[in-house]
Design a protein around this ligand. Sequence first.
Ligand code: AMP
Ligand code: MG
Length: 319
Amino acid sequence: MAEILNTGEAMERALALLDAGQILAIPTETVYGLAGDATSGTAVARIFEAKGRPSFNPLIAHVSGLVMATEFARIDPLSEKLAQAFWPGPLTVVLPLLAGSAMHPLVTAGMDTVALRMPQGFAASLIAALGRPLAAPSANVSGRISATTAQAVAADLGDRIPLIVDGGPTHVGVESTIVKVEGETLRLLRPGGIAAEVIEAITNRPLLRDASAGIEAPGMMASHYAPDAGMRLAVAAVQPGEALLAFGPRRAADWETAATMLNLSPSGNLREAAANLFAFMQELDRSGAATIAVEPIPHAGLGEAINDRLRRAAAPRPA
Ligand code: AMP
Ligand code: MG
């Protein structure tokens, strides 16, 4: 069972776990977060694994303030104004990802945007002390209700994580509001802890509530990262000139004919494979091969989310 420590006594242990690529539950003002180092693929893969999420949707990266945000994203004046007004607090802004930043692609689901927010209290102190952002979706098993107390986290995830930091009941109790600035336009991607009207008043702009604009339904991410190359999944044999995305110790037939090959996990570890997935897809795509052949990936554990993402990448796309 997870150890439960109060915010006053948890800092050192929390930092040690995060530094080791482990995950833990932390209080924020919205709901409890299942937190891991957003620059560590292993940590982020552990988050999906512990939640049992069947797909890789992008996660919010929690930062210690605007200065840390500028290490990862390009911040336009309107987004900066929003951050000044509402951080720390339940407002998340979606921003263009800085190329070459240390944000792990599993956090952004391989997209070129990143959702950032600065939380209040223990979470903010923890991030500042770590010096790196924390990916932190709600601390509950996928499909269950978000946890707003340490006890609710323990009931749901207690046997899957080493530590729950108890900060008492969260005071906002719903997830953050997510907005995105597009030129002069502000879009509401998810309603949440800060009312849309308050955001409109501060920015003096209407908040477009175009439900189809967000990525809230994971299915809507389908076209957000599709490689230029075609994809062939669960291949038994490689065709000459294909780029091979391999998995595990055994190779598909004719693998020697591949133009290039990357192995998601030579030992067949699904957590390692999840951590490598987006970066390897991007790298094979850059190789210029017309097709990426993917070896079969088992469906157990994180395999379900990996296969879901591969299916999306392979799906027919709009011309
Ligand atoms: P949470 O589970 O609270 O961490 O929230 C994750 C949600 O944030 C996702 O379901 C998306 O709706 C949204 N999100 C995260 N990153 C992005 C992004 N780059 N672009 C648009 N929405 C995002
Ligand atoms: Mg949730």
